[in-house]
Design a protein around this ligand. Sequence first.
Ligand SMILES: [Zn+2]
Ligand SMILES: [Zn+2]
Length: 241
Amino acid sequence: MRKTKSALEQAMATKKENVPEFLTEVRDILKDDFVIDKGSLEIVLFQNATKASEFAKDVVAALDDVEQNLISGFNGDCDIKEILSHLTVQPDKEIFRQVLGCGKMCPFCGVPCERGGSGHKQHFSETHRPKGLKYYHYDFNEKLVATVCTSSVACDASFCCTETHDKFHPYKDYRSVNDYFVSWDIPPDTSIQAASYWKYVLCTFNKEFAEAYNAKEADIPDDWKTIQREIKAEIKKTYNM
Ligand SMILES: [Zn+2]
Ligand SMILES: [Zn+2]
């Protein structure tokens, strides 16, 4: 409503008194927000031979009525719990489903797959995490591993775990380990921005994670220490917040 009213004001500023021209102007201003069918505009034109300024005033008054009705609907006796129980999609279950994904977790960092349901062959997550957050550590010095898996699969390093029968295996070739590894799509990404929020979490709580896992603190790469400014943009992009 705010957008429509503002579009009407902007169109009025053009001083177009001819209703068809005025409506075309409004439609243009709103084109990124609403798809307004030309046919329905023609019906409006047919019924309104008045001046554009009068027409705009009528629309604003009608919008005010709708707004008042909606407000009284929300403030009135409506029982939100009752309404929610009749929705075909339960919002809390839907949010939970999205957070839970399909239930599978990245074999390296433990991030949950974001694809819901069981109808996908490849598990995927937009953001992976430093592996140490899931107690991934170096055997020889017990230090948590700071590297994010998207960065590991882009370099020539190797890993070793029970699934590889304790033999070193190239990260790049992780899919060949077994069926579980092959089911994960981990796109290579070595940028500093990748997973900046989770890098910050490990930087900040390195000691706490090491204590909780009974391991040694991760060696934090120097360029992570200035990561704060990347975080806001990354969270906005990843979680649409
Ligand atoms: Zn991962
Ligand atoms: Zn999945």
